[in-house]
Design a protein around this ligand. Sequence first.
Ligand code: GTP
Ligand code: MG
Length: 442
Amino acid sequence: MLETIVALATAPLKSALHIIRVSGGDAFDIVSKCFNKDIRNIDKRTLLVGKIVDNDNVVDEVVLAIYKGPKSFTGEDLVEIICHGSTLIANEIIQLLLSKGARLATNGEYSSRAFLNNRIDLIQAEAINDVINATTKEAKELSLLSLKGDTSKLIVPLRERIADVLSLIEVNIDYPEYEDIEVANKEHVITLVDELTPIIDKLVNEGEKGLIIKEGIKVALVGKPNVGKSSLLNALLGENKAIVTDIAGTTRDIVEGEINLNGVVLHLLDTAGIRESTDKVEIIGVNKSKDTIKEADLVIVLLDASTELDEDDKNILEYVKETPHIIVYNKIDKSDKKFDNAISISALNNNIKPLKDAIYAKLGLSEQTYKTPSLNNVRQLGLLKNTKESLLKAKEDALNNLPIDLVSVSLHDAYNSVLEILGEYNQRDISKEIFSRFCVGK
Ligand SMILES: Nc1nc2c(ncn2[C@@H]2O[C@H](COP(=O)(O)OP(=O)(O)OP(=O)(O)O)[C@@H](O)[C@H]2O)c(=O)[nH]1
Ligand SMILES: [Mg+2]
């Protein structure tokens, strides 16, 4: 049995109430030792009013929310002590519980117990953190879908279909005497891979969009000096954050700011104007700008609509070729020209909506993206990509007429990657799938 753990579930600040959580096999016993009522025999979810006592001293009047395991968040016996919101009282209660045999919980230990006790899968455990850390309403709602388990359901068809084919192959190898079982051949593998790869591609695509909603994107504002990058940053932020002058080479360091564009956080990076220079400080600034372009998810290339393009502009356009970018003509208030396939704005006059619309369009999000559960963290996406690679390898081996038991090696890899997404790796054995599917050796 795991040790009983205790921790403050609320922020350690003065507030109306605090909640202290106690979880583990001895939770009821330990709490009973410092409560004026015996809760050891409680066998269903109960709220109880009473006093936390240290021998004859009353520490606080509290409410206990008592959850009998396994019907609790952690799957264990769990007590939430709702006390007055003084950190002093909360600490006193925690010390008391420690002296009666509990130990302090480590970071995330309640969620990890919930996972270990199969109350939640790994996707849901990750979602708890995402919900707490979400900075936009949209990110929170997306994470709640994962918490509810909707995201986990996306994986089930993959797991089931791979298990079907894998079990068929295994049963052929392990139980050749069963003549009534279909012979596993390369067609089974090829059909499986052709069926699953578009599904995985779609999951990756939706996951990457979900990741954008959850974490936002880095947007670099670049261009030669004086095109209005800092003016644009200020217009987007709605405040005078960066210094603006008519002197070319004003910005030297990266100036950062954040905005929420239709629920997506844009991490904006205003950079030093890029041009050939002999000034030591400016050269460092230019190099920083180039590094920022490499790091950015999206680059806004600013050009001056009121002048002709020159070598500096052309060099920058060449430099950003491989990075997702949007070309924007600024200062249209000073120009009569019309620009095809480019966005025209005036940072000075705050006429920047066309750029905001273009950035949002570039993200490829729709109403639906915000409501669709997706595998939207780097770990989940990495494992999805591993699954696809392993499946493609299995197909290649099948097409090369390798023996079916060798082909199944890559199928196993794919299966394990899928299980790892849910955190089921090492828990689910393919032999169990065989037994469940074919009633072998009943
Ligand atoms: N007419 C007009 N002037 C603008 C516009 N945007 C910026 N400017 C002017 O252009 C000059 C340069 O603006 P900045 O925002 O400092 O340009 P920058 O690209 O950040 O320049 P560096 O930091 O030197 O690379 C300032 O005098 C701005 O007022 C615009 O849309 N229209
Ligand atoms: Mg600037």
